[in-house]
Design a protein around this ligand. Structure first.
Ligand SMILES: NC(=O)c1ccc[n+]([C@@H]2O[C@H](COP(=O)([O-])OP(=O)(O)OC[C@H]3O[C@@H](n4cnc5c(N)ncnc54)[C@H](OP(=O)(O)O)[C@@H]3O)[C@@H](O)[C@H]2O)c1
Length: 312
């Protein structure tokens, strides 16, 4: 099958068009013919080698986690999906595999595509949408009437988080740059452009701070919390995981790291919201599979508002 793959870590130039063996559906897995996939920052970090021991050194590697497509084969033990089913979901982002004609995935990483949901939209949902949902709902435990600061609200995760927080009934303050008009349209009550306002107005305190930009130092993030507020970091480093779990036992303010879990039930939550018109997925650009290099180049240049989708 046709794929894009790389044989060593590095910059965009290591990604090459290639011919790889067809995947096989092992126990609990299915093969999906990919109709659309979308790019996440993690694809680029994995390819660059920046993820260290979290990523094995087995090559070739195919980038990409988010997919939508059609099941072509099911492995032993899969009862709830069959060939012909339209599905969407995600691979383990550290393993990838979406930038190929076909991918083998655990069935539990996939959700049936609701009728009428465009595969391009579905492919833009999984990692960014799940990251936002699990940050706001699970780590953040956001409740109606609370206040949330989304620092980095104009990236793909932030744009989903703004909407999910607003739907919860929270007051949403969004920090970002060029995409702030989009964040406002999607529900942000107040926006702050970090290019012109180097700090937040004094005195603001939040029930939840999502440090999606990764630019809020811990002490600054913590100083923005109410006495029982929660601070969520986007990158789950081992010291943060262990250190914050211990420290959280002894303090009312909680510090947590996001480690997005690909779960069918949460994919269904996102798909239902999109199908009901309650969650918008902003697509910045669509490219054909043959233009995969251009698609990654666009994301790597930065400044894109929304997701970049690559179709079959
Ligand atoms: N741990 C997990 O499981 C997981 C899963 C998914 C994502 N993530 C992480 O979540 C984060 C957000 O993902 P994303 O795809 O939305 O990333 P992104 O596209 O890079 O978005 C970053 C956001 O931060 C803003 N920003 C950049 N510099 C800033 C500054 N100096 N001050 C304030 N805001 C600033 C950006 O604004 P502009 O673009 O408008 O300039 C944008 O809103 C990333 O760190 C990503 O790696 C983690």
């Amino acid at each position: 099958m046709k794929a894009y793959s790389y044989d060593h870590f590095g910059g965009p130039e290591v990604l090459q068009g290639s011919e790889l063996p067809d995947p096989v559906a092992g126990r609990g897995a299915v093969v999906v013919a990919v109709r659309a996939r979308s790019i996440n920052l993690i694809d680029i970090r994995v390819r660059s080698g920046a993820m260290g021991p979290l990523v094995n050194k087995r090559f070739p590697k195919v980038p990409g986690a988010d997919v939508a497509g059609e099941v072509t084969a099911v492995g032993p033990g899969v009862e709830d999906l069959k060939p012909g089913d339209r599905v969407f979901g995600a691979a383990d982002p550290f393993k990838g595999g979406a930038f190929a004609e076909r991918i083998a995935l655990p069935a539990i990483n996939l959700c049936p595509l609701p009728a009428g949901l465009d595969p391009d939209l579905a492919a833009s949902l999984p990692i960014a949408g799940l990251a936002a949902l699990q940050s706001v709902r699970d780590l953040g435990q956001l409740k109606p009437g609370q206040a949330v600061l989304i620092h980095g609200a104009t990236g793909p995760v932030g744009l989903f988080a703004v909407q999910l927080a607003k739907q919860t009934g929270a007051a949403v303050i969004a920090v970002g740059s060029a995409g702030l008009e989009t964040a406002r349209r999607l529900g942000a009550d107040r926006t702050i452009d970090y290019r012109s306002e180097s700090d937040l107005p004094a005195g603001l305190r939040f029930d939840l701070v999502l440090n999606l930009s990764g630019k809020l130092p811990f002490a600054r993030g913590r100083s923005l919390l109410k006495p029982e507020g929660r601070l969520v970091e986007p990158v789950p480093t081992i010291p943060l995981f262990i250190g914050s779990k211990l420290a959280n036992l002894f303090r009312r303010q909680k510090h947590m790291a996001l480690a997005t879990a690909v779960r069918r039930a949460d994919l269904a939550v996102l798909a239902d919201l999109v199908a009901a018109g309650s969650l918008e997925t902003v697509i910045a650009a669509r490219f054909p599979f043959a233009a995969t290099h251009e698609a990654y180049a666009l994301v790597e240049r930065g400044g894109v508002i929304g997701k970049v989708v690559v179709t079959a």
